[in-house]
Ligand binder design. Structure first.
Ligand code: HEC
Ligand code: HEC
Ligand code: HEC
Ligand code: HEC
Length: 452
């Protein structure tokens, strides 16, 4: 068994190298971006006077941070937040905002951050992180604020200030200047926007009038959100027309796209693509092609042949505990039906004619299965099937999230068929990678089921 496992371990190293190289590129990209924006922010001293931390609205909070707390925060960020907010928290246009941006942090109080992280933003990919411990939450906030050092923005806001305006006029101004990026009804990414959902309840419940005013006045340096007010602004808007926009945003129902009433309309793959891009693309990649070592391909012909709608629906609603696949119970049945229609709209060159018998149960020997798993599967699926977390190229097939939705036959057929275009090859029979027989696979399934 020991001898068998070493060659397959070797086959892992090129994959690990690739993953490492990719991570390195991401970090390098982050550093380049940070370098690109930092001097610009410092140069425009008229608007962003670099002040001492003590005189900033942060009141020296960033001056002395417990290094241990910071470490917890950094780890939390890099485990839970990085997939969407990107390395260094720089954000990604059309997907998630930058959250270590000094203009943003100057306006956002600790309470703003705390409430946003705890409650999430319903209807967006920002799910509530209610399970974070107090320490992790404090740590992650401290970590976000360290991105701010040296570039403290002079922006401040008065959370109590109420700004009056005319919603009707605001609607027209919004549609002229903001809708192109924030969506026609300010629903943000889910409506195909490049900016966040500033008309949704999650944002409006934490952002004060003045937070919005200051953001629109000064913009957010280094992002597509430019200053809009005054002669130097993008649109020479007056403060009173921003007041109108704020009144308009506050007049919106604030309901996320996903909370709509039961719909009888047939599933719409076009709408599904929009929801996919807003909620799933950061991990599953554009077009759902997946990324080895990170997230599986879910618009894959072979995957879709084996996974029925219920498999996909359950996976998304329950998530997969212990992996980056977070539960999304907030997505409505209509949104999920649209997403599934989009996934299934992939043009299949060759139809795969397999069906999965959900009720089939195979008998296997879990001990035999353990040694076969170690020889043939461990290199990619990790020790005890923990997948990506263990540095594997493939998903966590030994964890409860997967095993509770995947039937024995789903696993068997996947091993038999492989998954075209991915590292998951067919393993059964003389044409298979390992010439396994059916009983070998039954044993492996029995081993996987014995893990939880
Ligand atoms: C060219 C695209 C674009 C336009 C036009 C635009 N925005 Fe933005 N806006 C963005 C992006 C992108 C962000 C997120 C920036 C980041 O990564 O932090 C943003 C952020 C914001 C935020 C902060 C939201 C939050 O979650 O903290 C507010 C408020 C805002 N915009 C209001 C407006 C208003 C009002 C207008 C019209 C006057 C407008 N924007 C026009 C792209 C745009
Ligand atoms: C699956 C993707 C995803 C993950 C993971 C995620 N976020 Fe977010 N986050 C978003 C999106 C999308 C938004 C903007 C939603 C909107 O308002 O349209 C957001 C908004 C935010 C904001 C508000 C930013 C602003 O401009 O107002 C904060 C703060 C934040 N996230 C912190 C976190 C932290 C901390 C974590 C990790 C514990 C995390 N997020 C994990 C997607 C994600
Ligand atoms: C060379 C690497 C590699 C080896 C070896 C390998 N797999 Fe995989 N496996 C993958 C990858 C990568 C995926 C995800 C493919 C994708 O992107 O959709 C996968 C997917 C799967 C899935 C589907 C999981 C899901 O979430 O739907 C099952 C089941 C599976 N593998 C079982 C096995 C078994 C059993 C073995 C051993 C006989 C094995 N694999 C060996 C790389 C591998
Ligand atoms: C933050 C990253 C992330 C986001 C966002 C995300 N996923 Fe996933 N998803 C994953 C990972 C990682 C896995 C594999 C988990 C494992 O190891 O079992 C996965 C697994 C899946 C699977 C099972 C695939 C298989 O091979 O069995 C489906 C279906 C799926 N995701 C659908 C979605 C949909 C639909 C969305 C958007 C609503 C989404 N995911 C958003 C990371 C993500």
């Amino acid at each position: 068994m020991e001898n068998n496992s070493s060659p397959s371990n070797k086959s892992l190293s090129p994959i690990l190298l690739l993953v490492a190289a990719f991570a390195f590129c991401l970090i390098l990209g982050g550093i380049t971006l940070a370098k690109k924006y930092a001097p610009k922010a410092l140069a425009s001293k008229e608007r962003h006077i670099v002040r001492s931390v003590a005189s900033s609205p942060l009141k020296g909070r960033t001056a002395r941070v417990d290094p241990e707390l910071l470490k917890i925060g950094e780890t939390t960020f890099n485990t839970l937040c990085v997939a969407c907010h990107q390395p260094g928290g720089i954000g990604k246009v059309g997907f998630a905002p930058g959250i270590r941006n000094h203009d943003f942090l100057a306006l956002a109080s600790d309470d703003y951050l705390r409430n946003t992280i705890r409650a999430g933003r319903p209807g967006t990919a920002m799910v509530p992180w209610s399970a974070l411990s107090e320490k992790e939450l404090a740590g992650v906030i401290a970590y976000l604020r360290t991105g701010n050092e040296g570039y403290v923005s002079e922006l401040s806001q008065d959370p109590e200030k109420k700004i009056a305006g005319a919603a009707g006029k605001g609607k027209i101004t919004f549609e002229t200047y903001c809708a192109a990026c924030h969506g026609p009804n300010a629903e943000g990414y889910a409506a195909g926007g490049s900016g966040p959902g500033i008309g949704l309840a999650g944002f409006l419940s934490v952002a004060s009038d003045d937070f919005i005013m200051q953001t629109v006045k000064h913009g957010r340096s280094g992002t597509a959100m430019l200053p809009f007010v005054g002669s130097k602004g993008l649109a020479n808007l007056s403060e009173s027309s921003v007041g109108d926009i704020i009144a308009y945003l506050r007049s919106l129902p604030g309901k996320p796209v996903v909370a709509e009433a039961k719909s009888t309309a047939p599933p719409d793959p076009k709408a599904g693509k929009m929801h996919f891009d807003a909620n799933c693309m950061a991990c599953h990649q554009p077009g759902g092609t997946g990324k080895a070592g990170f997230a599986p391909s879910i618009r894959n012909r072979d995957f879709l042949a084996l996974a029925d709608d219920d498999f996909i629906l359950k996976t998304v609603k329950q998530g997969r505990l212990g992996t980056a696949m977070l539960p999304r119970p907030d997505l409505s049945d209509k949104v999920m039906a649209d997403i599934i229609a989009y996934l299934r709209s992939v043009p299949a060159k060759t139809v795969v004619n397999v069906s999965v018998d959900q009720s089939k149960k195979f008998k296997g020997d879990s001990q035999q299965g353990h040694s076969k798993y170690t020889s043939y599967c461990l290199a990619c699926h990790g020790d005890k099937g923990t997948g990506y977390v263990a540095g594997g190229a493939g998903p966590a097939i030994g964890l409860a999230g997967f095993l509770s939705v995947a039937s024995d036959d789903y696993i068997y057929q996947t091993v038999k068929l492989g998954r075209i275009g991915t590292a998951m090859k067919p393993f059964i029979g003389s044409k298979g990678l390992a010439n396994l027989n059916d009983q070998d696979v039954y044993d492996i399934i029995s081993y996987l089921r014995s893990l939880n």
